[in-house]
Each structure stands twice: as C-alpha cells, then as structure tokens.
Ligand binder design. Sequence first.
Ligand code: ADP
Ligand code: MG
Length: 566
Amino acid sequence: MDRLKQLLRRIDQKGYKAYKTIEGRYSFPKYTLSIDHVQGDPFAEPSKVRVIVPREKTALAEEWTNTKIRKIRCEDLLARRVHAELRQGVSRVRGSGKSGIVSIDAPNQKVLERTAVQIGSDSVTVCLSVGLPASGRRILGREAEIIFFEQIPKVIDRAVYGLREEEIRSAVRLADQQQAIRQYLKENGLVAFVANGSILPRESGVSDKPLKKGAVPFQSPPELEIAIPVPGREEPLKGMGIRKGITLIVGGGYHGKSTLLKALEHGVYDHVAGDGREYVITDSGAVKIRAEDGRSVANVDISPLIGTLPHGKETVHFSTENASGSTSQAANMIEMVEAGATVFLIDEDTSATNLLIRDGRMQELVAKRSEPITPFIDKARQLFDDYGISSILVVGGLGDYFEIADCVIKLEEYVPADVTAEAKKIAAAMPSGRKAEGGASFGSIRERIPLPESLNSMKGKKPKVTARGRYVIQYGQTDLLLQALEQLVDDSQTRAIAAALYYMERNGWLSKGKTIRELLDAMEEQWDRAGLGSISTRKGHPGELARPRRLELAAALNRLRTLRCG
Ligand code: ADP
Ligand code: MG
C-alpha cells in the first residue's frame, strides 16, 4: 500500500507512460488491490483493476452460494451495490479524457452470469475500470491517490463489507423461486409461465424498465391457469402456463400481442425484483425467429422450407451475401434447430408473410412447382413432432393457423382469454381451402463444419476484435452485425461473444473438424469448467463479460460474413 503511494508520488507530473510502473499487487488494510492493466493514454479504454476481499470478512456464508444460481445471484447483488456506491458516493476527480472514471460493469434488469464480481470459496473479487488521471498527458499522481486511497476503499467498505444478510436472503429467495419455476416447466410439459400480476409493458421502445403508469397487470385466463409451488411462499404462484406444441397469440392491433411475446423472449433470462417480469419464465432454449433481409448465409440446408430457387439455385447448400426476407427467416430457423433451440417465438410483425402462409387462393393461382417456399404453417407441426420444437406465434391476420394450433390466446385490451375452442369451431365452419404442402416430415438438418479460415481476426499486421456497443463486433476486416438478435440483452454479452469467437480462433478450434453444435458444446463446457473469464485476453483480469446463450453465440457465428462451412 505504501509502495503504491510512493510510486504515485514518484511519477506525479511525468508522462502518462510512467503509469505502467504501477501494475502489480498491493496489500490494503481490508483487501488486496491488483492493478492488472494500465491504459496507454488518458483517452484509451480505462485501466483494469481488481479488488480482492477475503470472503470470511463478508456476510456471504457458504449456504448463499451453494448452487451456481445462488452464486450468480450474490455476484449480481454485489455488482449492483458497487455500482450504486460508485454513482452516489464518488465525485470524479478531474483531468483529461477518461481521467477519474471509476466504474463496474453493472447489470441491468436481467441477472446474468458475469465477470464483474466473482465469489470464490475464500475471496470476493470486484473488477473495476479506472481512468488513471492526467492533465493532458501529464500524470496527476495526487488525484490517483484519491482514487486508490479514498474512493475505492470507501466504495468497497460500503458495498461489500456493508452487505447484509437480509439483502442476500431476499435475492437468493427470488433466484430459488425462478429456478423452481424453470424446473417445474421442464417436468410438466410447459414452455412458459406468466404469473398473475406481472407487468409486461416497458417504459419505452428503448428501455427495459417497467411501464410506470397505466400498465394492466397480467391475469391468466382461467382455462390456462396453473399453480406452481415455489420455495419461500406458502401459496403456490398462479399464472398462465403455455404448453409444448403450437400456441397462437391473436387479437386486434395495439392490444398487447407483441408485448406478451417480447416478455416471453426475455423470460429466458431471470429478472431482478421490481422488474415486473420476475415470474415470467420461458424455456431457456426459446429463440425469436424473424426476417432479416440483407444478412449473409453460409451453406445452410434450407430445403425443408425453401426448394430450388429461380435459375436453378439449389437450397441444400444455400449461401448468399444478401438474403431476402423469406430466405433469411428460413435460414434463421434451420440454424437455430442446428444450435439446439427448443421453442420458436415468431411475430407476424417481423416475419416474411410468404414464409408464414400461402393461402388457398394463392395455391390455386401459383402452382406448387413454381413456388419454392413451403410455408411454416405446413411445417410447424412436423417441427414439433420430428425435433420437439414448439412454436409460439403472434398472428393478427392469419386465421389459417387456427387449424394447426394447440392453443389460441386472444388479447383484448391487454387481457388474455383462451379462445382455442372457438377458433377450432371457426376453422371447421369456414375451411381455409388450403392444401397442406409440407410433405411427410420436416426434413433432415445437415450439421455444418466451419472451416478454419472462417475466423480471421487479422487487420493488417495485428489482430483486431472489438465489440462496439451491443450490436456490432468488429472482427478483423469485417463488421459482424447483430441488430436482429432481439434476445441479446447486454453489451457485456456482445463482448463475451467477441471474446469467444477470438478464443476459438486463437486456440485452433476450427481446425479440428468440429460441427457448429460441437463448438457450442465445447464453449459452454469451457465456461462451466474454467469460468466465463477464461476467454478474456487480459492477463489476470477476466474482462467485462456477461454470459450469452449458446443460441446467440451461434447466431453471431452464422452472421460472420467470413464464415465458410464444409
Ligand atoms: P400489438 O402487437 O397487439 O399490436 P403491442 O404489444 O405492440 O400491440 O402493444 C401496443 C401498446 O400497448 C404498446 O405501447 C405497449 O407498451 C402497450 N401495452 C402492452 N401491454 C400493455 C399492458 N398490459 N398494459 C398497458 N399497456 C400495454
Ligand atoms: Mg405487434
């Protein structure tokens, strides 16, 4: 500790590069400080440090972290507390560029496994970014002293040492309950649950926070209501259960269909208390499938949905730099079957109409032999029978789907009703005039093997892999665009995807002839065994990462314009 003080005094007023000398480990009264990486100049990405607190000095008894889910919840809680203290209790010291910034990779409405705080059996590690202060490029050693000897100790004291058992208890209870619901869904043939009283609408199209005024709380239709016993509550939790199979969400425009589907999309993650979606839980393999014209596709067999295209372009090995609405959505479907999805979530609003339906009249006018597309309406049932993949579709205008649905939920002024029987009656009384065109089975999925040249991080003479916000990764010479991944929910997930791709490249994973599915399995295994931070390139420091699902990792790989598959 005194050593750090001396160093800072010695380099005070010197050129910025002299900051490099403070890299290292220092003992403080209440923790160890590790300065892992010092930024090159005041405008560069802030320096990376870790604060390592002895666990026995905190309220984190062993029982609070005895399952992985509990451990993640406690880490999340600490990250939030550190973030709150940094925001409220610290006034930034002055200087040029990023001087004086002290920050943690803070969570949002979701609880994700992340590297910001790591609880081990003996220690609690808090990862911080620190903008080492300078005036121009001249080191401000005194200001740095304030950060290391006043601000960080105070924040750690309050946020980590000040953590109380009651707070842990309530966070862990919610985690246990969410886990119990997930387990219940699995064991009872369900794919989603929306508790009564849930608040689904969000503050705005760009906010993940709950709508504060005028939200109509969710209330299950009586026919679909189930009660799930959860720990820490005497009464079971009641709400709407969505079963495996094919479910439609119907209703007039603006009556809340997309909002319900969005909540289901996000329910693959757990939410924090107060979010309104704490008890909206969706099977973690559920994936949004939408049209995404313009994306690239690398050697996907989309023939189950789209047959030979004009000019004899075959679709068993379909590649393009510029997919259409329907071919992009078909590729999204097949790729997600390949990656191991369990539920497709589809909104008419963001779908290619011709991939969803070809109605009776169109079948008359345009013969099957001159229409390459087999619409999803003729494939959804087979997808379920052959691959066990359920579908939940928002349809406002496509009544032909009544025929294939197991359940139809109608929203009226945000209130759901079970209209399955009525929809079936209507389907019987008013035949669609359609002929099924789907054949006898969904069709086989060809698993692909990415070739080693697919991942090339070199830009000029140096590797360059950077996540820019949530939806862009610069990978070598190409920009990987992820705007269409609606279930990518945190910038740190994007950083983790970038790091994972680069890790695969560095370690030659693509030269072993592994299929995409095997690569995803291996990455998940690596994260489980060695930790999410194991893919970070910062020595010692685990980076600012949050765990993505395998499905988003697959989606990113599939959108790399350099992807080549055998
Ligand atoms: P649809 O897809 O049926 O056209 P949306 O789901 O887009 O409708 O919802 C329309 C509007 O209603 C949105 O602004 C949304 O935030 C709001 N909304 C949705 N559900 C609720 C609710 N339960 N309470 C209040 N407002 C809601
Ligand atoms: Mg809508």
